[in-house]
Design a protein around this ligand. Structure first.
Ligand code: CDP
Length: 204
């Protein structure tokens, strides 16, 4: 059985938490595709050329410590604008999406480019301020010394770069279910996502 759930949206909208919960609920595998770009960005910060860095990625790179920093996030969105970098990462993502047993992939272009035939597509958003507050909390709880204003500026810069690039720009697929989590508690957002998947999964 194959079944793909594509979850896209801007930075810190809640995609990660929702994707993990949906995957756990249905027993699907989960791939955070942002980690592919973060790991590529990390290698570039260490001196590699972007396309070589993407081609050389190993599964162990995705588990690496330190991929969740603001510096790596910005490096990720810079390498992510490179069409050759993106092309180097397509096959891995598509194979993951069609693995036996079902898969949830979260990112920016899953429903539009990587898996346009995904059985379910969600586009998760929240206001800039809500997203910045959530990311600031995560970062400060993880020991990073950063102001909320700086986190907001970083998110906006990254969203603008991700939405305006020529290669696979971030945008909702025409048939995506939009989920604005600005005023939702996390369990409400998860319940809404699970409901959207249930509608299609029961019938498949
Ligand atoms: O966790 P957060 O939403 O802040 O970011 P992420 O999902 O880890 O993605 C980091 C960066 O990778 C994004 O800002 C994008 O530039 C890039 N990315 C992408 O271009 N396409 C994807 N499918 C996933 C991430």
């Amino acid at each position: 059985m194959t079944f793909t759930v594509a979850i896209d949206g801007p930075a810190a909208a809640g995609k990660g938490t929702i994707s993990k919960a949906v995957a756990a609920h249905f027993g699907f595998a989960h791939l955070d595709t942002g980690l592919l770009y973060r790991a590529t960005g990390r290698r570039v910060l260490d001196g590699a050329a972007p396309v070589d860095a993407a081609r050389a990625l190993q599964p162990s790179d995705l588990a690496g410590e330190g991929l969740r920093t603001p510096e790596v996030a910005q490096a990720a969105s810079r390498v992510a604008a490179d069409a050759e970098v993106r092309a180097a990462l397509v096959d891995f993502q598509r194979s993951f999406a069609r693995r036996d047993g079902g898969a949830v992939l979260d990112g920016r272009d899953i429903g539009t480019v990587i898996c346009p035939g995904a059985e379910v597509k969600l586009f998760v958003t929240a206001s800039d301020e809500v997203r910045a507050r959530r990311r600031w909390k995560e970062l400060t709880e993880g020991g990073h010394d950063v102001s909320e204003a700086q986190v907001l500026a970083d998110l906006r810069a990254r969203d603008a770069r991700d939405a305006d690039r020529d290669a696979a720009p971030m945008r909702p697929a025409p048939d995506a279910v939009l989920l604005d989590t600005s005023t939702m508690a996390i369990d409400e957002a998860v319940a809404a996502a699970v409901a959207a998947v249930s509608e299609r999964f029961r019938g498949s």
